[in-house]
Ligand binder design. Structure first.
Ligand code: ATP
Ligand code: MG
Length: 333
């Protein structure tokens, strides 16, 4: 029997280059060897106050994120893709699991702390926001996944998932596997503004569905070495977002090495380095765009994939939940 993957994305807008190197590439690479479940986390998206009043955005993003996943090369004949809200068994499991974790444990979760700070949530976040990692554990454990390809920011949530699985198994008897995380080729891609993480919600992202002109404009506006005023000034490569992207996306390693040498020597301008980055990005993005346009012209086909995905996932999640109820001796009448 094949081992299982569960991974996915919030439905808070389209996917970007950070998702690509953080998780999507691994999903595509592993889809033949693992039974893969892709979750479109629309319930999780409600954890952010910003999206509470915007049901249209979340609903539309379900289709957009599904198309992003398909256009990078996930094969709907091989993977199961579903919207979180269509598998209500997950909520039931999340509530039961939430009884096993001290509240203070969640407040110490570094990703929760980062998000409160970065998204300026102050102390107005909801109980659901605090429950975010527990819901994620329920997503993963409901299909009894073995492997979870994610960006580095999700590692604390995975650690909690393993802890919850272990704790449940110890108290009630074996039901869950303790899933492993798998971090992408770039653990945490910086934003175009040099910010610690490219993220949908901070306006520092290059989206997989951006057209060529938009990509070009975003690259031309990217932050570089702030101390370099003229192309003849010696520039700094380390920590320079444009070179971080060259390392991540330019397959011509000789060109990257040459650009770095010339940049340090003050022999190439920022614009020249950015022009080459645009070309490198287009080699990745153009085929993705092409595939996406086929799905965009047939949204019903995408909906069909999600309907099938929900059926398949509900069957698995219900099996898990029945085992959980049995072990917990919850009555059946
Ligand atoms: P939001 O701001 O709504 O949280 P996001 O851009 O962080 O959006 P998510 O849906 O939270 O996107 O993330 C989906 C997956 O992509 C996760 O596994 C996450 O770790 C990964 N990911 C997101 N951004 C990056 C990034 N900049 N670098 C690497 N991985 C990333
Ligand atoms: Mg996120």
């Amino acid at each position: 029997m094949k081992k299982r993957i569960l991974t996915g994305d919030n439905t808070t807008g389209r996917l970007h280059l950070g998702h690509y190197v953080g998780s999507l590439e691994n999903r595509v690479k592993l889809q033949n060897d693992f039974e893969t479940f892709i979750i479109l986390a629309d319930v999780h998206s409600l954890a952010y106050p910003k999206y509470i009043g915007d049901p249209d955005l979340i609903a539309d993003s379900i289709l957009q994120v599904a198309m992003d996943n398909l256009s990078v090369g996930l094969d709907p004949a091989k993977v199961t893709m579903f919207a979180e809200s269509t598998v209500p068994e997950i909520y039931e499991l999340a509530l039961l699991l939430s009884m096993l974790v001290p509240y203070s444990r969640i407040l110490r979760n570094p990703t929760i702390k980062d998000e409160i700070r970065e998204k300026e949530l102050g102390d107005s976040y909801s109980l659901g926001f605090i429950n975010f990692p527990v819901m994620m554990a329920a997503d993963i454990l409901s299909v009894r996944a073995d492997l979870v390809p994610v960006g580095e920011d999700q590692s604390p949530h995975l650690e909690l998932t393993r802890e919850l699985a272990h704790k449940f198994n110890t108290i009630y008897g074996d039901v869950f596997k303790e899933p492993e995380g798998m971090i992408g080729r770039v653990a945490r891609l910086v934003g175009t503004d040099g910010g610690v993480k490219m993220t949908k919600s901070l306006g520092n992202a290059i989206f997989l569905s951006d057209d060529a002109e938009t990509v070009r404009k975003k690259v031309m506006k990217m932050f570089t070495d702030p101390n370099r005023l003229h192309p003849s000034d010696p520039g700094k490569v380390d920590g320079n977002p444009v070179f971080i992207y060259h390392d991540a996306f330019n397959n011509d390693k000789e060109e990257v090495a040459d650009l770095k040498n010339r940049y340090v020597a003050g022999k190439v301008g920022d614009v020249g380095v950015k022009e080459k980055l645009v070309i490198a990005l287009e080699q990745i993005l153009e085929p993705i765009r092409e595939k996406r346009s086929r799905y965009e012209s047939d949204p019903d086909a995408v909906r069909g994939i999600l309907i099938e995905g929900a059926k398949r996932t509900r069957k698995e999640a219900l099996e898990t939940l029945n085992l959980v109820r049995e072990k917990m001796k919850l009555p059946r009448f």
